[in-house]
Design a protein around this ligand. Structure first.
Ligand code: SF4
Length: 464
């Protein structure tokens, strides 16, 4: 989605009369969104204002996505639009780090008029470029900067990025070549950001990274400090500390991009005790050991079934979300049916399936026996059809149960919220009827306990 953002809180009109204005277009995944938030936070800290339109901007920053071909095209179009509407454009994000088959920078080749290009996670470099082309104002309004930074998400939920980059080399993925090896943020920085977010009214914190379970590997799980206490740079200790601080503010913590390493088992009791949400986003990608090998993924499908069963035994309310790829190069009908059998047994609650897309630069493109596009799509359709039945059955089992829901929006017909099983944007929702009792009200950003009255294959309906 391409949009010029004016997310920063307004500063006094007198003070802003001469403040330089920056337009911002943010594209890509939640990790790119967090990069945008950090750049906008820094801009505001230095006294820049965000512009509502291209015409009102002295300069435009475009944060790009470079993952699949459609995203590359969207980013290139957004840069072209910003150049023709404004003319002064700085580009950052994943596409900035991407080269074409000749080894040339894609952006500079297609849009040579762009002022500067940086890769992802490059706040310092972007600010350097901004200073060069739009000098810093003399009187920055530091006191106007909210402690939680500038957020692009609604006030009641926020993404918290704990590391950048990835040590894996999955053959279908080019993220490590764009974002580099895993670099973990210091645990104290993460905890400080989390506390500021909770203080600012965030009710749900979504922990993200490329590989959440590998947090701290790069610094050999070194000891850090938070609130005067030693805390290891390790996923288990981080999640424990986040759960404790969330409890003080009556908020949720949700974990994304968790790989099924053995130490993830230690997180499940925290979920069973209600310290963090019983929700695990585990991108498995396939189930057949040979396909996983070609994908250069770590775990075999068989072990994943055992692990999922053990997790559910420890925490029966656990929601598992995963993504899969259908039609990976060399995938035989037998391997694909193995995946379907795995899905029937695992009964993943929330599932996304992509038909394999040959991303430029991915080593998987050189594998033998590519699956024709039509067959890739057909297999994706078969996975989604099966998942529809599984999801329908699992959601039906929730009818009659009581659960807590965080309200995202309200209108005359009631509210739309999410339970522990629903991450924003990617999962289903709970439609809540307006309460009969006059003292009960649905309020955006507040929790309400509801009874589930109906379900379909994606969503739930409830009464407060
Ligand atoms: S784990 Fe694999 S798919 Fe995920 S970012 Fe790392 S290399 Fe890419």
């Amino acid at each position: 989605m391409s949009n010029v953002i004016s997310a920063a809180p307004a500063a006094p009109a007198t003070a802003l009369a001469t403040a330089p204005k920056v337009g911002f277009v943010s594209l890509g995944c939640p990790k790119a969104l967090v990069d945008s938030e950090q750049i906008l936070t820094q801009l505001r800290a230095e006294g820049y204002e965000t512009a509502k339109s291209y015409e009102g901007a002295d300069l435009v920053i475009v944060n790009t996505c470079g993952f699949i071909d459609a995203a590359v095209q969207e980013s290139l179009d957004a840069i072209g639009e910003a150049l023709s509407e404004n003319g002064k454009v700085i580009v950052t994000g994943c596409l900035g780090a991407k080269k074409d088959a000749d080894g040339d920078d894609i952006i500079q080749k297609i849009h040579p008029k762009v002022l500067e290009v940086t890769g992802p996670h490059a706040v310092g470099e972007v600010m350097f470029a901004v200073h060069k082309h739009l000098p810093k104002p003399h009187a920055p309004f530091i006191d106007l900067l909210p402690p939680q930074g500038i957020k692009l998400t609604p006030k009641h939920f926020a993404y918290l990025k704990i590391s950048e980059g990835c040590n894996h080399r999955c053959s279908f993925c080019i993220i490590p070549s764009m974002r580099g090896d895993l670099v973990s943020r210091p645990i104290a920085d993460i905890m400080m950001e989390a506390e500021n977010l909770f203080k600012a009214g965030v009710k749900e914190l979504l922990v993200i990274s490329q590989d959440t379970s590998a947090y701290g590997v790069d610094v050999k799980f070194r000891m850090g400090f938070w609130n005067g206490k030693p805390v290891k740079t390790h996923m288990t200790q981080l999640v424990t500390a986040l759960g404790e601080i969330a409890a003080q503010y009556g908020a949720w913590v949700r974990l994304h991009y968790v790989y099924p390493y053995p130490h993830v088992d230690q997180i499940i009791p925290l979920m069973a005790e209600g310290k963090v949400l019983p929700y695990l986003d585990v991108p498995l990608q396939h189930a057949h050991p040979d396909v996983l090998k070609r994908m250069k993924r770590p775990a075999s499908g068989e072990k994943n079934i055992e692990r999922i069963q053990a997790w559910r035994a420890m925490c029966p309310d656990l929601t598992i979300r995963s993504t899969f790829i259908a039609g990976f190069p060399g995938e035989t009908e037998a391997e694909f049916e193995y995946l379907l059998d795995f899905l029937k047994e695992a009964e993943i609650d929330r599932l996304g399936c992509f038909a394999y897309s040959p991303v430029e630069g991915a080593t998987a493109n050189a594998l033998d026996n590519p699956v024709p596009e039509e067959l890739r799509e057909e297999r994706r359709g078969r996975v989604m059809q099966l998942q529809e039945e599984i999801s329908k059955k699992r959601l039906q089992a929730k009818v009659g149960k009581t659960m807590r829901v965080l309200i995202d929006s309200v209108d005359r017909s009631g509210g739309v919220g999410r339970s522990s099983a629903d991450a924003p944007e990617i999962d289903g929702v709970v439609y809540v009827k307006p309460p009969y009792e006059p003292h009960k009200k649905l309020v955006v950003g507040e929790f309400v306990d509801v009874t589930i009255t109906a379900s379909d294959a994606h969503d739930l309906w409830a009464a407060a």
